[in-house]
Design a protein. Structure first.
Length: 114
């Protein structure tokens, strides 16, 4: 068995997207890390209603704020990798990342968009 990578944090926007991201990490990891092996994974999600309300009001910055809130909570848990679980939120993520203090730190982290 190879050395396990560090902790992965998933920023979940929808249950389906977050679950797909989690499942993909767990099913693909054994190909690299060995049978049954996957990294430690944490996830944070706000209510989908919070996202939908902001999207219905064309509030992409508000969506980005929710995602950033989740990312900060995961960072506090020492997560090294932020994974966004919804393509729908990709635009707001990029918009918020430009104005986020986390952007400077993200150069050492990878962002997965599934």
């Amino acid at each position: 068995m190879k050395t396990l990578p560090k902790h992965i944090g998933i920023v979940g926007c929808s249950a389906e997207g977050a679950a797909l991201c989690y499942r993909t990490i767990c099913t693909e990891s054994p190909k690299i890390l060995g049978e049954y092996a996957h990294p430690e994974i944490s996830m944070h999600t706000h209510s989908l209603a919070d996202y939908v309300n902001r999207l219905n009001n064309s509030d992409l910055l508000g969506v980005g704020d929710l995602m950033l809130s989740s990312a900060k909570k995961l960072k506090a848990q020492s997560s090294k990798l932020k994974a966004q679980s919804s393509k729908l939120k990709a635009q707001s993520s990029k918009l918020k990342a430009q104005s986020s203090k986390l952007k400077a730190q993200s150069s050492k982290r990878r962002v997965l968009i599934s």
